[in-house]
Design a protein around this ligand. Structure first.
Ligand code: FES
Length: 490
């Protein structure tokens, strides 16, 4: 019998991104059965997966942890009650499988005996059938021995994490440690509906269609008896005990994200370069910013100075928001950030706005083009894409007017060093020619590196000149216009 795994579970088991498995399926190297893959095929394709590739998974986890600054996550175990319930479930499955295996073994022994009896009476077909049965049994046992390490590994993962499938989207993710279902979904890059994250608003309601959950915190929002009877829960107040299927609403795009006004506090102002600051704001625990990667907000200081800035951090951490603030003449907001803003000062945030977001239905490889501070929304998109693990590969080009413009070079290099499928190329604009011509020359490098550019989705953020050049150069070399997404940043 085929042992099938969901793509998410298979990817986790062999320690690669889901996009990498999808690529092997498209290439015909890994058979898929209604979105599932067989353990035996996985073992054949990744014979040493559980030994060698775990490191890749760890690197992904580490990068996501850095993006997820709400708490630097140690790999915490689920609480004892959850662990006990998962062990009980696995023991039940094991007992059922053992019972079935013994029953089939007995049946096969009896069948072999009957065929032996028939063969002794001279029936040739029976003798052939008996040898065929023996061969098949031996092959089955050999295959079972080969896949055993992966099956054991999968059982351990099932104890440590629970798998959640969302309906109607069919999105999948894992709940680790004592994460709530909502936190785990956000960490996986999904845009579930929610509001307060603390059990007050009821916006994160979801219906559990199968599996077992556990309440992790009390909530003020009251579910009606009818809702409870139908299996509805607050996803921000429950964790998964077993694998789940949950019906829940997700944002289909920027239009589904409500406009919010939140008074945040300055957590940190950190120099990134001589004329660049990282502004780290923190929302109240019960009023976090729901946004999509790539969107921007208006920030207003107590004295009225304001600025429109893209969020430079991942939506997987909706409480800790980062912005890149560049000093320029006549910019009052930037002047305050550089000279006067202190930890705990209030900053009122209004938003989010903008349609420059990741099109997560696509599994095409991604190219990101950031020009100067266009890196801020691109960073958010990259961190979101890493959470989704859906892209086959990513290539970031950071185009700066001078070498000092790559103000987070170490981070880009760290991504590139840590991940096999991430590439980083810093580019500096040449001096000669108009800005349009210089941008076009920088983009020529992109076209040279990617002669198959039509197979990619390209995200461009920064100066108008970059966007105009990208439109002209990339589309003329074959990139379909609907695969080019642009976000203007001053
Ligand atoms: S997000 Fe408000 S109750 Fe869950």
């Amino acid at each position: 019998m085929l042992q099938l795994l969901t793509l998410s579970r298979a990817a986790r088991l062999v320690g690669v991104a889901r996009g990498a498995l999808q690529k092997r399926i498209r290439a015909g190297e890994l058979p898929a059965f209604e979105g599932m893959v067989a353990v035996a095929d996985l073992q054949r394709l990744f014979p040493n997966a559980h030994i060698e590739d775990e490191a890749t998974l760890e690197r992904y986890a580490l990068i996501k942890d850095v993006a997820y600054t709400r708490r630097l996550r140690e790999r915490i175990l689920p609480d004892p009650e959850v662990l006990a319930a998962r062990l009980t479930q696995i023991s039940r499955d094991l007992a059922r499988a053992k019972g079935l295996a013994e029953e089939y073994r007995g049946l096969l022994d009896r069948l072999e005996g009957r065929l032996g009896d028939l063969a002794r009476t001279g029936a040739r077909d029976a003798a052939e059938l008996r040898s065929w049965l023996r061969r098949e049994l031996e092959q089955g046992l050999r295959q079972a021995r080969e896949t055993q390490p992966l099956v054991v590994e999968d059982s351990v993962l099932r104890i440590m994490t629970a798998h959640v499938r969302l309906l109607p989207s069919q999105h999948e993710f894992f709940v680790e440690g004592n994460d709530t279902i909502l936190d785990a979904a956000l960490r996986a890059g999904l845009a579930l509906d929610y509001g307060c994250s603390s059990g007050n608003c009821g916006l994160c309601k979801g219906k559990v269609l199968s599996g077992q959950v556990k309440k992790t915190r009390p909530h003020d929002y009251v579910l009606t008896d009818a809702e409870k009877a139908a299996g509805e829960i607050l996803l921000c107040c429950h964790t998964a005990v077993t694998d789940l299927v949950v019906e829940a609403q997700e944002a289909g795009g920027a239009r589904d994200i409500p406009r919010q006004t939140i008074v945040t506090r300055v957590k940190l102002v950190e120099p990134l370069a001589a004329d660049m600051r990282l502004l780290h704001l923190q929302t109240p625990r019960t009023n976090r910013l729901r946004f999509l990667a790539g969107q921007h907000v208006t920030l207003k200081l107590a004295d009225g100075a304001e600025a429109e800035l893209p969020v430079a951090s991942c939506p997987c951490d909706d409480r800790n928001l980062q912005f890149h603030v560049c000093r320029s003449p006549g910019d009052d907001f930037a002047a305050r950030v550089f000279e006067r803003l202190r930890v705990s000062d209030p900053v009122t945030l209004d938003g989010p706005r903008g349609e420059f977001v990741l099109h997560d239905g696509s599994t095409r490889p991604l190219i990101f083009l950031a020009c100067d501070t266009g890196f801020a929304p691109i960073k958010s998109l990259i961190e979101h894409a890493m959470s989704l693990e859906a892209a086959e590969s990513m290539h970031l080009y950071w185009i700066a007017r001078d070498a000092r413009g790559h103000y987070m070079q170490n981070l880009c290099r760290a991504w590139s060093d840590a991940l096999d499928d991430f590439h980083y190329t810093p580019l500096t604009l040449e001096n000669a020619g108009t800005e349009e011509e210089r941008m076009a020359r920088a983009l020529a490098q992109v076209v040279k590196d990617h002669p198959d550019i039509a197979e990619h989705d390209v995200y461009v953020a920064g100066a108008m000149t970059l966007m105009a050049a990208a439109q002209k150069v990339l589309v003329s070399t074959g990139l379909p216009p609907e695969q080019l997404f642009a976000g203007y940043v001053r």
